[in-house]
Structures are given as structure tokens and as C-alpha cells.
Design a protein. Structure first.
Length: 63
């Protein structure tokens, strides 16, 4: 488990796209430096468009 939860990366289990808080998702309204916990529940994966709030779809990557 990453020691710094703020910088933990998350993977979409539907399409395997990885959310990296260092990069954020500026094209979809999430600025660089935004930790996963601060990404709105209404945000959608840029690859498969699944909602963040759908349970069991996103998993924290273990470093």
C-alpha cells in the first residue's frame, strides 16, 4: 500500500485506465494534484465513461 494516500493511483477495472493524481484529468475538470478522494462522484472514466461512484469499479493500485 502506498505510504502517501494523497498520491495513490487508481485503476478502472472496466477498461484498466489509471487515474494518477499527479496528472489529474484536466480535460474532464479534475486539475493536476487532485487526490482520488477529492475527485467528484459525478466524474466519469475518460476511456469507458463509467461513473466514479459506481461501487467496485475503481481499485487503488498497490505500489
Amino acid at each position: 500500500m502506498p505510504t502517501d494516500v494523497q498520491n495513490a493511483r487508481w485503476v478502472c477495472l472496466e477498461c484498466h485506465w489509471i487515474y494518477d493524481p499527479v496528472r489529474g484529468d484536466p480535460k474532464n475538470g479534475v486539475p493536476a494534484g487532485t487526490p482520488w478522494e477529492k475527485v467528484p462522484d459525478t466524474w466519469r472514466c475518460p476511456e469507458c465513461k463509467i461513473l466514479k461512484c459506481k461501487k467496485g469499479v475503481f481499485k487503488r493500485l498497490e505500489d
